[in-house]
Structure formats: structure tokens, C-alpha cells
Design a protein around this ligand. Structure first.
Ligand code: 13P
Ligand code: ZN
Length: 285
């Protein structure tokens, strides 16, 4: 059975991996992706797998996500190269089921030839848990990539969410529309650790994008399109910021930027729940 016969959403999952690779965001095994299945997709999966369903032993997660108990996630495999996902979905992706305590998982499909879920599974699980809660269950996609301009920003700017968000908002009009709550920022931390997972999920309570200094970017979305679009917008704005700064002899004192008044005007016109703490208060409404 092909993966798309198994579940049509796998095709969209695979497509995002290819699209991200083509953007240059996934050198080597960089990046990972997960999708939280809808109840009807779990039903369909059970039917499709039927008697051929195989489940591995339960593996402890080292954390607890109560609101994900019994849920299913598609994830990329640890060490997989995104450029190979479309060619070999069975080896580079798989589906895991979480137990009734939300503290262990088992493989129900994929991860062929001894593959295992991404090493960033703790971050994916805790970020899903928080985003599921704060969006009333709408959020389904968590996507991690290594986009170069976003990473370069963290070598240059103070690792401060307000400063980095404003740097992006003020160079490209679309930014405040796409991420009105701004981006969260973490200092360098150990990849794959429970600590970075906990720190990220705390920031995902407010933001739907979190930058990991000198590493990459995590985003959340209701669907693949919105997660990809958020990653793309942040990375493009970082590119514009860096280009403007190098053309300005390295100075951040740009002759022109979008003013706080204009940012607020965009927020008002489109009815955005903008992060007020990231706007200057002394501007006119
Ligand atoms: P995985 O290959 O385990 O998904 O790790 C890649 C990565 O980007 C770690 O942060
Ligand atoms: Zn990474």
C-alpha cells in the first residue's frame, strides 16, 4: 500500500518536505515535521491498516502531554534527508500513537528498516500540546527548519524577541499580518533535549514561531500551507533585513522603515490581535 493510499494527508506532508528542501532549508538531515491526525483520519488509518497493523513496544517520551493522550502523529524520521522523503516515504516518515497517559509512544506505520521518529520529538509533542490548547484544537502542524537568514540574524541581533520581531515587522509589510504575535527567541540550547522542548513550548503559548539561536526556526500552523507560509515569511524578512543592513554599511539605522503608526494602522485595518508589547506606546493610534 502506498502512503497516499494509506492516508491522503501523507501526500501533503511529503509535499511540504520537498518544498522546504527546494527552499534550501534542509541541509543534510536538518529539520523535521509533524502533523496531528484528525479523528476521521485516525479512523481511516485504522481501517486501511486493518489486520496488517503492526505496533512497536511503547517507548517512554520522558515528558507528559495529557491533552495528546491517545492521539496520532505523522513525523519525519531521525536522520532523514528531506530531499529523500518523496522518494522513500516509508523509511523517512511514520505514524506514532501516544498512550492513554500521554507519556509514551509506539510506531503504528512507517519508519521502515529500523528508522525512528525525529530526535526533536520532545519539542514536537510539547509544542503540539500547547498549540492544541491555545488554538482550541485547530493547530495541527509543527515544522522545524534551518533557514539561513533567520540563523544569521541570531549571530547579529540581541537574542530578544521584541528586537528581532520589530526588525522583521519593520522591513516587510506582510510580516505583522502573518505573525501579529511576533516571534519567540531562545538562546543556544542543546538540540533534542527536554529542556529546549520545555522552553520552546512555553514561548508557543504566545507565539506561533520560535527562533532557536544559531540553529533554526520552529513554526506552528493549522495546516501545512500556513506553517510553510509562516516559515517562508520570517525567512524572507530576515533576508531583506540582512540585505538592507549590509547595503547600509552594516548599520541598523535605516533611512526608511515602516513606522509604529503604520504597523498599528495595518493591525487596525485587518483586525489583528497584535502583540502590543512589541509596539512602541508613544505612537499615534
Ligand atoms: P532529526 O534528523 O533527528 O530530525 O534532527 C534534525 C534536526 O534538525 C535537529 O534539530
Ligand atoms: Zn534542527
Amino acid at each position: 500500500m502506498t502512503s497516499s493510499q494509506l492516508l491522503p494527508v501523507v501526500e501533503d506532508f511529503v509535499q511540504l518536505c520537498t518544498d522546504g528542501f527546494l527552499q534550501g532549508w534542509h541541509e543534510c538531515n536538518g529539520g523535521n515535521l509533524s502533523y496531528r491526525l484528525r479523528p476521521e483520519e485516525v479512523e481511516q488509518l485504522r481501517k486501511s491498516l486493518g489486520k496488517s497493523a503492526t505496533s512497536s513496544e511503547w517507548t517512554p517520551l520522558g515528558l507528559k502531554a495529557d491533552n495528546l493522550a491517545g492521539q496520532y502523529l505523522i513525523t519525519t524520521a531521525a536522520g532523514c534527508h528531506f530531499q529523500n522523503v518523496a522518494k522513500h516515504p516509508l523509511n523517512t516518515t511514520g505514524i506514532v500513537e501516544l498512550n492513554e497517559q500521554g507519556d509514551a509512544y509506539r510506531i503504528v506505520w512507517g519508519f521502515a528498516d529500523g528508522a525512528a521518529p525525529t530526535s526533536e520529538l520532545p519539542s514536537h509533542i510539547l509544542n503540539h500540546s500547547v498549540r492544541t490548547e491555545v488554538t482550541g484544537g485547530k493547530s495541527r502542524v509543527i515544522y522545524h527548519a534551518h533557514p539561513k537568514n533567520t540563523i544569521a540574524l541570531t549571530a547579529l541581533l540581541p537574542l530578544d524577541a521584541r528586537i528581532i520581531t520589530r526588525s522583521l515587522w519593520k522591513v516587510m509589510t506582510e510580516c505583522i499580518l502573518v505573525f501579529p504575535q511576533g516571534v519567540g527567541v531562545l538562546p543556544w540550547m542543546m538540540p533534542g533535549s527536554i529542556e529546549i522542548a520545555r522552553a520552546s513550548s512555553k514561548l508557543f503559548r504566545i507565539h506561533d514561531a520560535v527562533i532557536w539561536a544559531h540553529h533554526g526556526l520552529f513554526v506552528a500552523g493549522d495546516d501545512f500551507e500556513s506553517a510553510f507560509g509562516l516559515m517562508h515569511s520570517i525567512e524572507k524578512a530576515a533576508d531583506i533585513y540582512l540585505r538592507a543592513r549590509s547595503a547600509n554599511k552594516g548599520s541598523d539605522d535605516f533611512p526608511n522603515t515602516i513606522s509604529d503608526d503604520d504597523l498599528r494602522a495595518i493591525a487596525d485595518r485587518f483586525g489583528l490581535a497584535v502583540n502590543e508589547a512589541f509596539l512602541d506606546d508613544n505612537c499615534l493610534i
